[in-house]
Design a protein around this ligand. Structure first.
Ligand SMILES: Cc1ncc(COP(=O)(O)O)c(C=O)c1O
Length: 455
């Protein structure tokens, strides 16, 4: 593969998306790399989107893309769900910020309490990052311990403590990151996913305040987690009086109306939520045991109050969207549809990969799909399939940045907007749309083949 060959894909890409390219150039004057979120970064330039509908996006050029980001996972119901649109339109007339308590926040919060099994009380935040930040602080206050145990490769937002070890294991095992102090680094204990003995040992050795994880696997399931591990974790943490925190920012209201905890019947002490919670607007929350949330109260008997301001906490616009979305999700139908669509997509992709004779595999759980290129393990037998029998090191083997970049451009050339090497589904993704996407990705692979990027 040579840069000249790659540039053939990129030449076509630039020809198809000239307005996006122009916009990217001016955006570079304003933002680092021209983007406002690391994962939207793409070279030679990202596409620029002007409108979204259902499960599709229109670029500035008017090209339609099938969307597998779905608002970074926030839009289980798809873009522009009529109930959400109407609720937001009505609310915007009444006001976008009351700087006061209001009925909508109470209704929104009550829906969370009704839907999420562990939820006894909650506090709204503006994002998932803030929710996990709050979870750690409350865990530290409640236990009087300072360390935090997390699983390698689990993402919990970008604040100092948990952005560490959010990616796959670095070759030299060094999790440090620029700008994060040695003290913060020293408060973190990282163990490999799916190894309960490692958790037990680390708890004995470090006495952490809490264990936090994404309950279906880090970075929405790169290395999947199954219920037996969650049950074991619940037992180990309960025995050692270590708080168990499920980060359900992605899985909450998505895996099932009550999130992964409802699906698997494992109840954490604290749960962080965002994304689907706010129906496509900004918003998050920390929920869980009332005695833990009570550390936010002014008159807490311990005298230890966690300070928690936040200009946009419980914002009425987000509340209106959140209430409408949760009402639409509550009966489980949207989750079921998205889960089924994702299983259909995985199966179709694996059939297509076999037809094309490429050693790629699609896997995943619920409405979250991952693709592994250069796969050398057993072929998938059913939708419970775990690549490399869930061997973290083999799953996380680095993919060449050239292939990642070319595959993204080639997919966008063929009308498919994957989220990295993965796809987040909405209930709007019909079989017909998914067939179109699989066909588009087949054509993208053909393009990679002509450039010798896949064998
Ligand atoms: C599991 C998980 N936790 C936390 C976050 C951070 O949420 P936010 O981007 O709203 O800060 C994310 C975001 O993708 C996430 O996937």
């Amino acid at each position: 593969m040579s840069s000249v060959e790659i540039s053939k894909i990129e030449t076509q890409y630039a020809e198809k998306y000239p307005l996006s390219q122009q916009q990217a150039m001016v955006a570079r004057d304003v933002f680092p790399n021209g983007v406002t979120h690391d994962s939207r970064h793409h070279e030679p330039f990202p596409v620029c989107v002007s409108e979204v509908h259902g499960c599709t996006k229109n670029t500035l050029e008017g090209h339609q893309l099938i969307d597998f980001w779905m608002g970074h996972g926030a839009l289980l119901l798809g873009h522009g769900h009529p109930d959400v649109v109407q609720a937001v339109q009505q609310q915007v007339e009444r006001g976008t910020h009351y700087s006061a308590s209001h009925e909508l926040e109470e209704q929104w919060g009550r829906m969370v309490l009704e839907m999420i099994p562990s939820a006894e009380k909650l506090r709204f935040t503006s994002s998932g990052t803030e929710a996990t930040l709050m979870a750690l602080r409350i865990a530290r206050i409640a236990t009087g311990r300072s360390k935090v145990l997390k699983l390698a490769g689990h993402f919990h937002g970008w604040h100092d403590q948990l952005i560490l070890a959010a990616d796959s294991v670095p070759a030299d095992g060094d999790w440090r990151q620029p700008g994060i102090t040695a003290g913060v680094h020293g408060d973190l204990v990282v163990v490999p996913p799916n190894e309960i003995n490692a958790v037990e040992q680390a708890i004995l050795e470090h006495q952490p305040a809490c264990v936090i994880l994404e309950p279906t696997g880090g970075r929405w399931g790169v290395v999947p987690i199954r219920d037996e591990y969650l049950r074991a974790l619940r037992e180990v943490t309960s025995k050692s009086e270590t708080l168990l925190i499920f980060d359900e920012v992605i899985t909450g209201f998505r895996v099932s109306p009550g999130g992964a905890q409802q699906e698997y019947g494992v109840t954490p002490d604290l749960t962080t939520l965002a994304k689907v919670l706010a129906g496509g607007l900004p918003g998050g929350c920390l929920t869980g045991r009332a005695d833990l949330l009570d550390y936010l109260e002014y008159d807490h008997p311990s005298g230890l109050k966690m300070k928690h301001p936040g200009t946009f906490n419980g914002n009425p616009l987000s509340a209106s969207a959140g209430i409408a979305a949760l009402k639409a999700i509550k009966n489980g139908e949207a989750c079921r549809q998205a889960n089924e669509a994702s299983a259909y997509f995985r199966q179709g992709l694996n059939e297509m990969f076999a037809d094309k004779n490429v050693n790629w595999v699609a896997y995943g759980d619920f409405s979250l799909t991952k693709i592994l290129p250069n796969y050398e393990g057993d072929p998938p037998r059913d939708d419970q399939f775990l690549p490399y029998k869930n061997d973290e090191d083999r799953i996380n083997r680095p993919v060449s940045p050239q292939l990642t970049r070319a595959f993204r451009s080639a997919s966008l050339l063929h009308g498919v907007d994957l989220m990295g090497w993965g796809a987040i589904m909405s209930c709007q993704h019909t079989e017909e749309i998914l067939q179109t996407a699989i066909q588009g990705l087949a054509e993208a692979i053909d393009l990679l083949k002509t450039e010798s990027l896949v064998p």
